[in-house]
Design a protein around this ligand. Sequence first.
Ligand code: SF4
Length: 456
Amino acid sequence: MSNRMAKKVTNWTKEMALYSLLRATLAKRKLDQKISKALGSGKKSTGAKRIPIKTGDKMKLLMGRYYIRAKVAEKDPDQKIAWITSGGPVEILHAAGVIPIYPENHAAMIGTMRMADSCCATAEDQGYSRDLCSYARSDIGSILSKKSPIGGSPRPDFLVCCNNICGTVTKWYQELQRMFDVPLIMIDAPYQYGEDRPEAIDYVKAQLQEMIDQVSQITGRPFVWGKFEDTVRRSEQALQLWRDVQDMLAHRPAPMNSFDTFIHLAPIVTLRGTQECIGYYKMLQAEMEGRVRNGVAAVEGEKYRLGWDNLAIWYKIQFLAKKFGEHNAALVVSTYAKSFSYQAPYRDESDILRSMAANYIAGYINHGLDYRERELLEMAEKFHLDGFVMHSNRSCRAYSFGQYELARRLEEKHGLPTIMIEADQSDTRSWSDEQVGTRIDAFMESLAARKSNAIK
Ligand code: SF4
């Protein structure tokens, strides 16, 4: 048997062993059931009936396989692993054969499993302020306490941080660099107050070029440009499919809820640039097309259509879906799910790196209020919205900054009502079912009164 074949067999054996281990860990932690519940395929809720999305089962397999591969790779000195921010230029890593791991994705799982309070408390005990983002506190607390829904993320060989989502990640990754004593590659993506500036695009492009050289140095292998182009093409195809799936929610009734999209964005975050990611969204798209054809509604008797702003509240997805569903309200679009499908207006087929740089500064969260107002209005029109649900997120200043002003503009300038839900994406310590439930009831009653007055 050749060395290469022998290595493959050993890796396969390790994968099988780890697969059993991971399944046992997930079963113990009940992560599988939690995801099923959030997908609406767990025990039926008594209020609003949710029809499970079959493709969700495929996602659990896909994500399981991705983590197993990364765990196997941790033991392989030839296989590099990089931790990267969700808005980082991952295509460069895939093309260089590096396995990307997303601490934010891990933190979201910690939040879904309601392990965030305990992980955050561990971090706070070590002096990390409670005012820091709960993703950072959850992940750092998980590293320190070794508590994790998946038995922890595999150790990184290096880190890649792009600050196109917030400034927190810069400090978070510097902290990770100290903890693991590994190289940190920083991509500085300037905040865009108005339209995307050409000099900002050039500035990011230069850093991407530098990142290619740094990654090549770390892996000890030359960077193959052809592989990179293929990866970018796959990434773009997946982003387009994810955009198309979200656009299908403009259909009345919406075949899927924004709460579902929060779960189904996992592959576009973690696997964009791979063929598996494309396959996944093709499957989801086909399922949604079937639903539209057959008039299947995500919310039975859909009467109201709402947009969502900011991150998901991971530990309350089921509660919120049920609560809005009881009022026959469907959430049909969110700035959060859309964040992983933004496309820059600038695009040049002959300059792949500059097009990529333009895309990586184009996200909603990297823009000022006028841009955000315009985006929300476009959503309202395209998705036939009756109003917006704004999650004022204690953790995420970058997202929540200016939300009250946005709500005022939407209401006063454009007649779009909003409800502000003050919470945190993972940390449950400032949440109250009763208070939020009462506010939603009041908001929906006022929306109903508004609608009936408009009809008269
Ligand atoms: S502050 Fe916001 S954008 Fe930054 S890591 Fe936390 S949740 Fe993500």
